[in-house]
Design a protein around this ligand. Structure first.
Ligand code: SAM
Length: 473
């Protein structure tokens, strides 16, 4: 029997099954306790976050008025910490060779009819050129787990290639990495290769289900997978990204587990997760999402996003093109800070005219071009940001968090967003998008609080107009 201990480095102690069950029971018992709910909401208003128990009570609450208050607070916190900026990125699939047996993923080893493909360095280059030509500056690289086909050396080589491609005015300035759990030594190699965030989805925090959903391969080991972020931190990566694949297990269980994971990182390393992703299971070759009976509807999904925003105000939240334009519209207001645009989830997909399906990991719901996504964001009052400054300036881990906590984001991220948007508008945008963007930049310049920063930003915008690139605070 394991005891709950957020400071422990043992998976079953910091993600403790009994503590989650007790939390769910406590939440269920108190879901109509309006006094307690008000108390939790007042605590949340201080913007210092909530514990997994407190947040779970809010998740269990079905009172419409209180849910409305949660949404309002999430919107306010989003505005205070992230302003109206939305960071843009794209996934880049390197290889779909995989030795695991994940039952929800079409890359699972037994799937014999999916085409297997691994990019050569030449192909990586071509994909990157295609991504740069759209305007992307930030990538998340993805690969199946296969020590023979995709060893760490292959991943490192790809990262090197990606950073080396300079095509026209383009370059990829931040590579985030979403590869299987690995060793401290390999995490150190990734850190040395200059990666941004290391992302690993837990899939499910429920150990018994986890083992059934990952029946074979190295990923079957729940403890090794769950302790991956600890090893990443020990390897020097202090920006890590958590996530749950919603639909596999009961969402209330996952929500408590996710927050416990964040509390654990904070307790042991003094820094919570840099990001949290909220993927939902999707149709794919060989995969029918209705086979997983814990799917959540759009309203529950929105509530989860709002409560993550309230519970961990300093953590970025990521949503991918697994979600439709309509769902994205809803959750962006509630706290999402980063979205992908024009994604292809197939290996080698960006260099092909039509979106290919043969090597695809999952079906994409938002099929718009990056230009369309950028325009749509701006029309909705958001600033699409291609900023990658933080880790390049050494603002990772707790240094990024202290920037957030000191309220300096508006003097830093805001001008960075405007300058990188300006680059996008000049180099890649359609006429119409550019017009909307130029007006937005003009209006938003006024929202930089410090006069000196505003002046420098204006000067840099001028220089970008004249052909210079890559300014940052
Ligand atoms: N192979 C790596 C690992 O084991 O973590 C990570 C890369 S995998 C390409 C990225 C993520 O896609 C997985 O962690 C999983 O959550 C998600 N995924 C897999 N199948 C999916 C599906 N059918 N629908 C939506 N997301 C899926």
């Amino acid at each position: 029997m394991f005891e709950y201990n957020p400071k422990s480095e043992k998976a079953e102690e910091f993600i403790n099954h009994q503590e989650i069950l007790d939390t769910l029971e406590y939440a269920e018992k108190n879901k109509d306790n309006l006094n307690l709910i008000d108390e939790i909401l007042s605590k949340a208003e201080k913007r210092k976050g909530l514990t997994h128990r407190e947040a779970s009570v809010l998740l269990a609450c079905e009172n419409k008025e209180k849910i409305g208050q949660m949404y309002d607070l999430a919107r306010q916190i989003k505005k205070d910490f992230y302003g109206n900026r939305i960071v843009m990125f794209a996934p880049l699939y390197l290889s779909n060779y995989c030795v695991n047996g994940c039952v929800y993923c079409p890359y699972h080893m037994k799937n014999k009819h999916i085409a297997r493909k691994k990019l050569t360095q030449e192909e990586v280059k071509n994909e990157v050129v295609a991504l740069q030509d759209m305007g992307h500056k930030r990538l998340a690289i993805e690969a199946g787990e296969d020590p023979v086909n995709n060893p760490i050396e292959y991943i490192l080589e790809c990262i090197k290639t990606i950073y080396s491609v300079k095509h026209k005015n383009g370059n990829i300035r931040r590579v985030n990495v979403n590869i299987a759990a690995t060793t401290v030594e390999n995490y150190r190699k990734l850190k040395d290769a200059g990666i941004g965030t290391y992302i690993l989805f837990q899939e499910t925090y429920h150990k018994e289900s986890y083992e059934k959903l990952h029946p074979t391969g190295p990923k079957h080991n729940y403890n090794y997978h769950t302790e991956a972020m600890d090893r990443a931190m020990q390897g020097g990566i202090d920006d890590v990204g958590l996530g749950v694949l919603f639909g596999l297990e009961l969402y209330k269980y996952e929500f408590a587990g996710l927050l416990m994971h964040a509390e654990h990182l904070e307790a042991v390393y003094g820094v919570g997760p840099h990001t949290i992703s909220v993927p939902r299971i999707k149709r794919a070759d060989d995969i029918d999402p209705s086979a997983f009976d814990n799917g959540i509807d759009d309203d529950t999904f929105a509530k989860i996003c709002a409560l993550i925003r309230i519970a961990v105000p300093y953590t970025g939240m990521i949503i991918s093109t697994r979600e439709s334009q309509q769902v994205r519209e809803k959750v962006i207001g509630l706290g999402v800070s980063q979205i992908s645009g024009a994604s292809r989830t197939s290996v080698g997909g960006y260099t092909q005219e039509e979106r290919p399906h043969d090597t695809e990991q999952f079906d994409v719901s938002d099929n718009r071009t990056l230009d369309e996504v950028v325009r749509w964001l701006m029309e909705g009052g958001y600033i699409p940001s291609f900023c990658t400054a933080c880790y390049r300036e050494g603002r990772t881990g707790d240094r990024f968090m202290s920037l957030c906590k000191a309220g300096q984001i508006q003097n830093c991220c805001h001008p960075n967003a405007l300058m990188t948007l300006k680059e996008y508008l000049i180099d890649y945008a359609s006429e119409e998008t550019r017009k909307i963007g130029e007006k937005l930049i003009e209006d938003e310049l006024k929202n930089i609080p410090k006069e000196k920063v505003r002046d420098i930003c204006e000067e840099n915008l001028e220089k970008i107009e004249q052909g210079k690139r890559d300014f940052r605070f």
